[in-house]
Design a binder for this molecule. Structure first.
Ligand code: ADP
Ligand code: MG
Ligand code: MG
Length: 210
């Protein structure tokens, strides 16, 4: 269908938590190569705290995103908590109150979220961060939005994975990995990997709805 319900979005967040739990060791291993080996545990802890706040189920998508964002900001100490927190905190206000969440509306909200991450973290495309997955995902979303939310999420997840893979040869210019300079090349960015899980979770959730 063309419209995304609050229940769909709650299912998305739960699926993201499950994916992060499943990939927790892998995310931590990636962070051990170019960071401080805590990305998997940071994200898992934050998303467990988020899921604990989803009962009772939030009334609206804006309420949901506010709860997710505030919980991530307050329960994750690393760089990723405030950045993912900002992503969700910016999404709610970008949705028209009481309006239907269609592919365009969700794309607009995601873009507001990613713009917030850029404003906060100052990373540009190619700096070897989560932005390298998120930014191409949004462009792909916009291109496919006319075919509905499930198709947009499919395109976005594919673009995110390509963006993640493209971080491998890059030298990090933001975050802890940047302290390694040239030695950060040859490893995937952990945050680009978790951001790909976020879009893949949305793809899988909306596909189940088709
Ligand atoms: P920390 O680096 O504080 O230990 P995490 O390990 O949880 O935090 O998260 C690291 C990830 O955060 C990186 O892989 C990168 O994708 C992302 N990141 C770090 N700094 C920035 C930034 N300024 N802008 C965007 N993303 C960033
Ligand atoms: Mg870390
Ligand atoms: Mg850390």
């Amino acid at each position: 269908s063309g419209s995304v319900s609050t229940a769909d979005l709650v299912a998305w967040i739960r699926a993201f938590r499950d994916a992060v739990q499943q990939h927790k060791d892998e995310l931590t291993r990636l962070d051990s190569e170019i960071g401080d080996a805590d990305h998997g545990s940071n994200m898992a802890r934050g998303l467990d705290a988020v899921v604990a706040k989803l009962e009772p189920v939030p009334d609206t998508p804006a309420d949901l995103f506010k709860t997710v964002g505030m919980t991530l900001v307050s329960s994750v100490g690393g760089a990723s908590g405030p950045l993912y927190g900002t992503l969700f905190l910016r999404m709610g206000p970008a949705l028209a109150a009481g309006g239907e969440v269609d592919a365009d509306a969700l794309g607009t909200a995601l873009r507001a979220g990613v713009d917030g991450v850029v404003a906060r973290g100052k990373a540009e495309l190619g700096d070897k961060t989560m932005i390298d997955a998120l930014s191409p995902a949004l462009d792909a979303w916009d291109t496919a939005a006319g075919d509905g939310p499930a198709a947009a999420a499919r395109a976005a997840a594919e673009a995110a994975a390509r963006g993640r893979d493209a971080t491998e040869p890059l030298v990090a210019r933001k975050g802890r990995a940047s302290y390694l300079g040239e030695r950060s090349a040859g490893h995937l960015d952990p945050g680009a990997s978790s951001a790909t899980l976020l879009l893949e979770a949305l793809r899988d959730t909306l596909a189940a709805d088709e």
